[in-house]
Ligand binder design. Structure first.
Ligand code: GDP
Ligand code: ZN
Length: 327
């Protein structure tokens, strides 16, 4: 039998045979280890697993003789047993700390990541956003950028809004304008979440919790956040959780995550995760080309022509510099 992991509580997992939402407890058979993964959690939310379950017939307690009810579905007393983790289509990890080699898998088999940003209040930091986008490219997770708080932007923000659309749609990322406050654009976002598993990410203050609540008023991500903070005092891991949207689809919130752990990239690999640079680089005279000093570089030419945005290119240069510095 197969199901998807929707929550990890520390002592057990909750599974559901998606798209059905019918949670039941399961434990991990001790032997399962993911080969070669340095992750602190062998099983993550979103993992597809195989499991065994032996129903318990009703029986008399050998001591008291009392008749106990049989269990035909998994319960905490008689949980399902996860026997195998099916191959992942993709996954997103977080480094425990920058220096640590240990990583924590936030979610597996994600159909799309929605990165929530704001043009202002707070102002989005493009190099940070670009790093997040590179990470998603590395993990093979398609991204939609969600521009929240659009109710707050007037004439004075128009130029920045237009520039933002130009930069990111030019790079190939869909940009949706929404307002959790007024509900503008929320129907369209809800529609995008149907029939799939979506990851929601964004720095604190952009309105990610408000947006999740606007998508489905029965969800309140802040409640989970409080208990997670409480748990974090005692354990070092955060438990992520999948929620079902009443309108269809499943979301995984990533509370308290500033960014996903950036995978180790070699300098010459970075540009391949800027999709617009990857496309242009086919016409570079040299391979590999770092798109910095080489003659006949098609990426630099595209930046000069304005078909690749200067902002994205300078994020790229910043990442290149960091890789050089820390190596
Ligand atoms: P989170 O930290 O990303 O989860 O952000 P919250 O959902 O807690 O929102 C941060 C602040 O922004 C709160 O004061 C919200 O009321 C406010 N906020 C969230 N979404 C919107 C929006 O669409 N428009 C406006 N004007 N304020 C918003
Ligand atoms: Zn080049």
């Amino acid at each position: 039998m197969e199901a998807t992991v929707v929550k990890h509580t520390g002592s057990h997992y909750l599974l559901s045979a998606l798209p059905r939402w019918d949670l039941f407890p399961a434990v991990l058979r001790g032997k399962i280890r993911l080969k070669g993964s340095g992750a602190t959690n062998p099983v993550a939310v979103g993992d597809r697993v195989r499991y065994d379950f032996s129903p318990q017939p009703e029986r008399n307690d050998p001591e008291t003789g009392a008749l106990s009810a049989g269990e035909s579905v998994p319960t905490e007393r008689n949980p399902a047993v996860i026997t195998e983790i099916l191959p992942r289509r993709n996954y997103v990890i977080r480094r425990s700390t920058n220096l640590s080699r240990q990583s924590h898998i936030i979610a597996a088999n994600v159909d799309r990541a929605f990165i929530v940003v704001t043009i202002d209040f707070p102002e989005v930091k493009l190099p940070f956003l670009d790093r997040l986008l590179v990470t998603c490219e590395v993990y093979n997770v398609p991204v939609t950028i969600v521009l929240n708080k659009c109710d707050l932007y007037g004439e004075e923000h128009k130029e920045r809004m237009d520039a933002f659309h130009f930069i990111y749609e030019g790079a190939g990322y869909p940009v949706m304008e929404v307002s959790a406050a007024t509900g503008a654009g929320v129907d369209a976002l809800r529609e995008c979440c149907k029939d799939s598993v979506s990851l929601f990410s964004g720095v604190s203050g952009v309105g990610k919790s408000s947006l999740i609540k606007a998508l489905d008023p029965s969800l309140d991500p802040r409640v989970g956040e409080i208990s997670d903070a409480h748990l974090q005092g005692r354990h070092t891991t955060t438990f992520y959780e999948m929620y079902r949207l009443a309108s269809g689809g499943f979301i995984i919130d990533t509370p308290g995550i500033r960014g996903f752990g950036l995978v180790d990239l070699r300098r010459e690999e970075i540009a391949a995760y800027f999709p617009e640079m990857l496309r242009a680089s086919e016409n570079c005279r040299f391979t590999p080309c770092t798109h910095t000093h080489e003659p006949g570089c098609a990426v630099k030419a595209a930046v000069e022509e304005g078909t690749i945005s200067y902002e994205r290119y300078s994020s790229y240069l910043g990442m290149l510099e960091d890789e050089t510095k820390y190596r």
